[in-house]
Ligand binder design. Structure first.
Ligand code: FBP
Length: 552
C-alpha cells in the first residue's frame, strides 16, 4: 500500500498519556469517589438500572495494581458518526491489553453495533494496529448506527461474547451509543454473563460532556478543520468583497461546533441554537438579525460577509421545533410506512396537511419545497431528524434575501446581496487527529482497559484536566447512568444520556456575545490556518478555545 508522507510521519508519533498512567500497568491503583446519581429522573433511572445505577466515580493514581490477574479477551466497536481519533482509542486499548499480558486478545467488531449482532470481527495483531496509529477515520473496523435495545439483541451479543470467551466490550460512541452501552451493561449484569461494558466519549458535536467529561474526542480536530476552511473563506470574502457566505457546520443538536468555529475565526454572524430557543426567535426574527448586519456593512460599501449556521438550528426555532415534534409523532411507528407508501408529493402533502396542527401547517407551508421534503427524510435509527440533510444555510439566505428586498422597497437598503453556500460536515470527521485528539484518544483507550482490569462495568472512560499538559491529565471512570434522564423518543419515554447544550451563562458563549456586535459590523476575521502536527507546543498541542474559556 502506498502511504502519504504525513501518514508515515504520523505512524512515528508517540501519543502522550496522563502522567499517572505512565508508570507501567503494575503501578496503577484506584481511588474510589462518592456514589453518583443521574442528572434527572433519579427514581425512574434507578429502577431501570438496578445493577449499575449509583456506582462511585473512580480515579486512577500511582500505587500498587490490585486488579485480579486473568487473561482478558475484549471486544470493541466504533459506533455512530466518525470522529478523528477513533483509531487511537483502539490503539491505546490494544497497547494496554498487550502490555498487561501478551496473550490478551482484542476483537474488533465490524460496522458498529451490528458487527456484534452478526458476529463479524477481526482479531487485532501488531501489524493490523500499526497501520492505523494516529490516523483519522473509522475504517479500521467501520462504524454504524444500529441501536441495541431489544432483549433479543442483547441475548445475541451475550452468545457472541460467550462463543469467543469475551468478558468485556468497549463501545466508542456518542450520547446514543453510550446510552446503548449503559443498557447493555445492565443486561449483562442482570443476567450474570460476566461481561463488562465500558464506553468512550466520542462525537465531533461536543455535546457529550458534563463536569466530569470535559469534552468528547474529535471535537478538537473537527472544529480546527472547519475553522481553517472558514478562515480561508473569510480571506476570500475580504479579497473579492462581493459575496456573503452562509456556512453550515455540523452539530446535530447543540451549537458547540458553530460557537468554537466563531471563537476561532470571528465571523460577522454566528447563530447559536440554544440562544434562539431561549429568546424564542422566529425564522423571521433570525432573518432580520442577519439582514441588519448585511445592511450595516453595505452602508459602508462592504457587500460581503460570513455567517455560520449550526446544522441543528432548525430544531431550536420554537415554531420549527413544534413542527418537527409533530412530524415525529406523525411518522411514529408504522405510520412512517403509510407515509412512505404514498407515491407523489401531492399525496404526501395532503397526508401532512391532515396530520399537522393549523399553526405548524402555517410554518410548513411557507418553507421552500426542498426544505419541506428534507423534513420528511428518514430518521436515523435513534429517531433523530437527519439535520445534516436539511439545507438550513439556504433557508436562511433565502429569507435574508426576501428581508433585504422588503427593506429596499422601503428605501432602507441599497446594497448588493449575493450569497454562496457551504456545508462543512463530513470534511472534518476523518481528518488526521490533532496532537490533542491523538493523545486524548490513546489515553481514553488505555484507560478503558484499566477500568476493565479493575472489573468496572457501565462506566465511561474519563480523562480530565485537559487544558493542562498531558502529564497533568487525570484518568478515571464515571458511571454512565450519571449522565442519564428520561426523554421522549420515537413517541415513547426512554432513558437516554442528556445532551450537553451550549450554556448561555457559560464563558465561551459570554465571550462570543460580548464581541459579536463588533464582528458583525467591522471586519475582524481571524485566519487559524491548517492543523500543525510538528513544531512548538503552543502551535501544535493547544486544544479548543471553548475548553480554555470553560477552564479559565
Ligand atoms: P455522532 O453523534 O454519532 O458522533 O454523529 C454526529 C454527526 O457527525 C452530526 O454532526 C451529524 O448530524 C451526523 O453525525 C450525521 O450523521 P451521518 O453520518 O449518519 O450522516
Amino acid at each position: 500500500m502506498k502511504l502519504s508522507p504525513l501518514q508515515i510521519a504520523r505512524y512515528q508519533y508517540n501519543p502522550k498519556l496522563p502522567g499517572m498512567l505512565r508508570n507501567g500497568i503494575a503501578e496503577i491503583s484506584v481511588k474510589t469517589g462518592s456514589p453518583t446519581q443521574s442528572v434527572a429522573d433519579q427514581e425512574k433511572i434507578a429502577a431501570l438500572f438496578p445493577n449499575t445505577y449509583g456506582k462511585e466515580e473512580i480515579t486512577f493514581q500511582k500505587g500498587t495494581n490490585t486488579s485480579a490477574p486473568k487473561k482478558q479477551v475484549v471486544g470493541v466497536i466504533l459506533s455512530g458518526g466518525q470522529a478523528p481519533g477513533g483509531h487511537n482509542v483502539i490503539c491505546g486499548l490494544y497497547d494496554a491489553l498487550k502490555a498487561t499480558n501478551k496473550d490478551n486478545e482484542l476483537y474488533g467488531f465490524k460496522g458498529g453495533p451490528s458487527g456484534l449482532l452478526e458476529d463479524s470481527y477481526v482479531i487485532f495483531d501488531d501489524e493490523y494496529i500499526n497501520a492505523y496509529r494516529n490516523t483519522g477515520g473509522f475504517d479500521i473496523i467501520g462504524s454504524g448506527r444500529t441501536k441495541l435495545e431489544t432483549e433479543e439483541q442483547f441475548a445475541v451479543v451475550a452468545d457472541v461474547c460467550k462463543k469467543h470467551g469475551i468478558t468485556a466490550i468497549v463501545i466508542i460512541g456518542g450520547d446514543d451509543s453510550n446510552t446503548n452501552a449503559a443498557v447493555l451493561a445492565e443486561y449483562m449484569a442482570a443476567h450474570n454473563t460476566g461481561v463488562q461494558v465500558i464506553g468512550c466519549p466520542k462525537t465531533i458535536d461536543g455535546d457529550l460532556k458534563n463536569e466530569d467529561i470535559e469534552c468528547s474526542f474529535g471535537f478538537d480536530t473537527a472544529t480546527k478543520t472547519y475553522s481553517e476552511i472558514i478562515g480561508n473563506i473569510q480571506r476570500d470574502a475580504n479579497s473579492a468583497k462581493k459575496y456573503w457566505h452562509f456556512v453550515k457546520v455540523m452539530g446535530r443538536s447543540a451549537s458547540h461546533v458553530a460557537l468554537e468555529c466563531a471563537l476561532e475565526t470571528q465571523p460577522n454572524i454566528c447563530l447559536i441554537g440554544e440562544e434562539v430557543a431561549a429568546k424564542k426567535m422566529s425564522l423571521a426574527a433570525i432573518a432580520d438579525y442577519i439582514a441588519d448586519s448585511v445592511a450595516a456593512r453595505a452602508a459602508k460599501g462592504w457587500n460581503f460577509g460570513v455567517a455560520i449556521i449550526p446544522e441543528g438550528i432548525v430544531e431550536f426555532v420554537p415554531e420549527f421545533s413544534v413542527l418537527i415534534a409533530e412530524i415525529n409523532e406523525l411518522l411514529a411507528g408504522s405510520k412512517a410506512d403509510a407515509f412512505n407508501a404514498l407515491s407523489s408529493w401531492d399525496e404526501k402533502y395532503a397526508f401532512i396537511e391532515k396530520g399537522l396542527s393549523k399553526e405548524s401547517m402555517a410554518v410548513f407551508s411557507i418553507l421552500p419545497q426542498s426544505i419541506q421534503q428534507q423534513l420528511f427524510l428518514e430518521r436515523d435509527p435513534h429517531g433523530n431528524v437527519q439535520v445534516s440533510l436539511i439545507e438550513s444555510e439556504k433557508l436562511f439566505s433565502e429569507m435574508v434575501k426576501a428581508n433585504l428586498a422588503a427593506r429596499k422597497a422601503k428605501g432602507e437598503y441599497n446594497g448588493k446581496f449575493s450569497a454562496l453556500h457551504h456545508f462543512l460536515g463530513y470534511e472534518g470527521r476523518c481528518a488526521f487527529p490533532s496532537n490533542f485528539d491523538a493523545d486524548y484518544c490513546y489515553s481514553l483507550g488505555y484507560n478503558a482497559f484499566m477500568l476493565i482490569s479493575y472489573g468496572y462495568t457501565g462506566y465511561l472512560s474519563k480523562v480530565s484536566n485537559l487544558q493542562a499538559p498531558a502529564e497533568e491529565w487525570v484518568a478515571g471512570g464515571m458511571p454512565i447512568t450519571k449522565m442519564m434522564n428520561i426523554e421522549r423518543r420515537h413517541g415513547a419515554d426512554k432513558p437516554v444520556i442528556r445532551k450537553a447544550l451550549v450554556e448561555l451563562d457559560g464563558a465561551p458563549f459570554k465571550f462570543f456575545a460580548a464581541n459579536r456586535e463588533q464582528w458583525a459590523l467591522e471586519t475582524c476575521y481571524l485566519y487559524p490556518g491548517a492543523i500543525q502536527y510538528f513544531g512548538p507546543s503552543e502551535v501544535c498541542d493547544t486544544t479548543t478555545k471553548t475548553l480554555a474559556l470553560e477552564k479559565a
